[in-house]
Each structure stands twice: as C-alpha cells, then as structure tokens.
Design a protein around this ligand. Structure first.
Ligand SMILES: [Cu+2]
Length: 485
C-alpha cells in the first residue's frame, strides 16, 4: 500500500495525475469516496455469502397503443453488497443495479429520468439505435433536480442492451457507484426460438468493486478493487435446476476485463453477442470480456447431480485476488423442453464495400487520447455520411512493460454509439468466435489492432465513439462523430 501511494505521489509530482481519473476523483466531492490517503482496508472477501438476486423488471406507469412510459428517479440508496455492511450507492430507482427495462421491437420505450442525485447525469442506452437528442451525450446532462425524457424506438433486432451514465468526466464514477441497469429488447423471431425462457433466462451483471471495512464503496483503480459482484452482491451463489439456462453475461466493470470459465472446464454454448443473436451457436469454454461487452450463453446444468456445485471463475484475476465470481448450486430437477437450435437468426445484411477508411490509435501515455487528442465536445473528429459504409482500423499502441502482467490500464476497447459493427480482423487474422456477430464494443489487448466495418445510420446528428474502460473515456479517450445527411 505504502509503495503504491508513494508511486502515486511521484506520478502526481510528474504532472501525470490527469491520466488517472480514479486518483483525481478519490477525495473529491463524491459522497461515498473516502478522503485521499485515509482509505481504510478493504472489507474481507467472503465468497458465496449471498444468494444472487435477479434485478427486478420495471413496470410502466402507462401505455399507449404503440409505447410504454416509464419513470425512474436517480437517487442515493443504502444497500448491502458485502454481507453485513451497508454501502451508499447512486442508483436508478433505488436498486443496485437499476431495474430491468423490457422492450419489444416495434413498440417505443419512453423513460422519464428524474435526477435526484447531487451530480450531473446523462443516460445512454448502450447498443441502442436512438436519435442524437436521446443518446445521452456527455454534454447533454441532467443537472441535479432536473429531469429529461428519453425516447427509444426499438426498431433494431432483439439484443441485451444496458443503460448507464455518460455525463462528461463523470461516467466512470457514476457507473461504478451504481448508475447502470439492463434493457432487454426482444422481437418475434427471438421469442419463437426454443431457448430457455422465463425464470431460466437470467442476467449476470459482473463488475468489480472496492468496499471498505466500514462499507464505503470507493471509486478507485481496478488493481485496488478486490471485490467481484454479480447483480450487486459480492461473489454470490445461485440455486439452479438440473436443466438448461440462458445466461446474459454483462461485463459492467468500469475499468477491467474478465476471463470467465467454469472451474471444471464445462463447455457452454454462446448464442448472442452485443447486438443480438449469432447466426449459429458456438461451443466455448472461456469468455474474455472488457467493460461494456455482452455475451449470452446457454449452460446445461443437467450434466450435474442435485447437490453438486460449480464455480464460475475469472482467470483474469490479479495475483492475490480470489478467482471465484459466483457459484451455481444445483438444487433440484426440472422439466426442460428447451434447446439451442442450429440456426438462431438470419445473417445480418451483407456490408457494402467500404468507401471510406479511417485509422485510430488509442493511447494511455502521456494522456488518455484517441489519435493524440483528448475529447473536446466542440471539435468534430469524424464526419460520416448517412448510409456510408466505412472501415476503421483501431490500434492499441500501449504495450506492457512486463509481458504477461494483467495491467488493466493498458487494455482498451472501442465502442461506437448509434451503429453496431462487424469485426473483420484481429491482428491481421480473420475475426474469430470472440468477435463474431453484431458488435458495439470490441476489446483491444496491449498492442492489438482490429479492423471493423459499419454502415452509419439510421439517424443523422452528433454521436461519440470511445474506449469503454470508463476511467479512460472519462479522462478523454473519446471522439465526436457527426453523421450528416
Ligand atoms: Cu482505454
């Protein structure tokens, strides 16, 4: 601890503090942040002390023939994350994570967001194709006491989306302190599939945290976050029947990747990615996910006997960190007519040949930049024509000083608002299973390069692209793109 603090002092003396938003914010006006240098020890990690809850589904306050209207009040709340401790968090609607919004293709979702928090907020529907004024742009904030109505047309395919904060410089801290919730969009094609459904369709919102011994949820660097939460509880257990489950896995960490596998190496079937179902299922044993990414899998627990347990672990944990993320306890038998069909969804429309090529470099040092520049909402970095197909090459130019060390700081991702993309290549090789399907966030390990392609639309207006390590985007790793008609 002492060494790290000394190293931090040295970094600050060298004028590097702006690189590290978690350091800048520690000791800021954040209501739950302990004063800098006064951080206590973290609460002990105690796996499997909680049953895993499933975030509740939000009920509309009213409906019309074509839309549902919801109301969410952003507010502080006291919640139990680590057993026996109370933590103050920032919430949508008083729950941690926020309530799940369930939407149906073709029906508009209208959400009145009321800011009852002492900080600016902006609500972004991650993965949603929405008009610019409803995108939750960094400067389009809701000041404390104000409210805003967001409209989501739900014209895209079924997908596991999420809504989270995006206020300028604040998104990392706001999301970390609790401002995130799920938005599950379904459509007729998806509903007609024989996949596990109802109580056998379960989200896993995975994220790290640091809970102090007094319960304080402290926003700090990921290497100082020993707690791993699923659906708001530290390393919970979840009782399952010996049958198939659809698990919607979200990496909601502000600043780290996870490598998930079952401790016994059990295979599972990936059925969907960020923006919806894959054409065909893929058998996998490990998921590497950076913040913002979603993967849906079907796991067949009928391979276990009642009374067995299996642990989901993070092999990307740092040394000294517990690998367990959660435990599934098989506690009963159940009928199961569900199965994973060999064909899940039609292929997305073929991409036209790109007419524009662009290059992007993501960098941590000497500042959080894309192509050498920090985000400036008044500067247009990219102008794209509505309907144009573009090919983007994105390079993570950071490389580790010590190869093989899991330095979360050197990992980046790339997230585009408005439009999803196809990953064409990773380091010069055709995209593999991890990059298949319609993506809106792609992971870049140290030194990696990806080539992606997208057709911009369906709306014109101002949007952003950014690294989804939120400490990085808060620090400036973001660009502005204007789509013009
Ligand atoms: Cu980054």
């Amino acid at each position: 601890m002492l060494n790290r603090r000394n190293a931090l002092k040295a970094a600050t003396a060298a004028g590097a503090a702006s690189l590290l938003p978690w350091d800048r914010l520690t000791g800021s006006s954040a209501p739950s942040a302990a004063a800098a240098g006064a951080a206590a020890d973290p609460a002990p990690v105690s796996p499997f002390a909680h049953a895993m809850p499933v975030p509740k589904t939000l009920r509309p306050v009213s409906s019309t023939s074509s839309s549902e209207l919801y109301e969410i009040r952003m507010q502080e709340a006291q919640v139990e994350i680590v057993k026996g401790l109370t933590s103050r968090v920032r919430t949508y609607g008083g729950t941690f994570p926020g309530p799940t919004v369930k939407a149906v293709q073709g029906r508009e979702t209208v959400i009145r967001q009321i800011n009852g928090l002492p900080v600016n907020t902006a609500v972004h529907l991650h993965g949603g194709q929405v008009r610019s004024e409803h995108d939750g742009l960094p400067m389009d904030t809701i000041v404390p006491g104000a409210e805003r109505v967001y409209r989501y047309p739900n014209t895209q395919r079924a997908a596991s989306l999420w809504y989270h904060d995006h206020a300028h410089h604040l998104e990392a801290e706001n999301v970390y302190l609790g401002l995130h919730g799920l938005y599950l969009l379904s459509d007729r094609d998806e509903k007609s599939l024989p996949l596990p459904s109802g109580s056998f369709d379960v989200p896993l919102v995975i994220r790290d945290a640091r809970i102090e011994a007094d319960g304080t949820l402290l926003y700090t660097r990921p290497s100082d976050c020993p707690h791993m939460l699923v659906n708001g509880k530290e390393r919970p257990y979840f009782n399952v029947a010996a049958r198939k489950y659809r698990l919607r896995v979200y990496n909601a960490c502000a600043n780290r990747y996870v490598k998930l596998r079952f401790a016994d190496g059990t295979e599972f079937t990936q059925i969907a990615t960020d923006n919806g179902l894959l054409e065909q299922p893929v058998t996998r044993t490990e998921l590497l996910m950076l913040g913002g990414e979603r993967v849906e899998i079907v796991v067949d627990f009928s391979r276990y006997r009642v009374g067995d347990s299996v642990v989901l672990e993070n092999t990307g944990a740092q040394s000294g960190e517990r690998p367990e993320v959660m435990r599934f306890d098989i506690d009963r038998r159940a009928a199961d007519n569900s199965y994973v069909p060999g064909r899940l969804a039609p292929a997305p429309p073929a991409l036209p040949t790109p007419t524009v090529r662009r290059d992007f470099e993501i960098r941590t040092f000497p500042a959080m930049t894309i192509n050498g520049q920090s985000y400036d909402p008044g500067r247009v970095d990219v102008t794209a024509a509505l309907g144009a197909t573009e090919e983007w090459t994105i390079r993570n130019v950071d490389v580790p000083a010590e190869p093989g060390r899991p330095d979360f700081h050197l990992w980046h991702s790339f997230h585009t608002h408005l439009t999803s993309f196809r990953v064409l290549e990773r380091d010069g090789r055709p995209a593999g299973a991890r990059d298949a399907g319609l993506k809106d966030t792609v992971t870049l390990g140290p030194g990696e390069t990806v080539r992606i392609a997208m057709t911009w639309g369906p709306y014109t207006g101002q949007y952003v692209y950014h690294c989804h390590q939120l400490g990085h985007s808060s620090g400036g790793q973001m660009g502005r793109i204007d789509i013009v008609g």
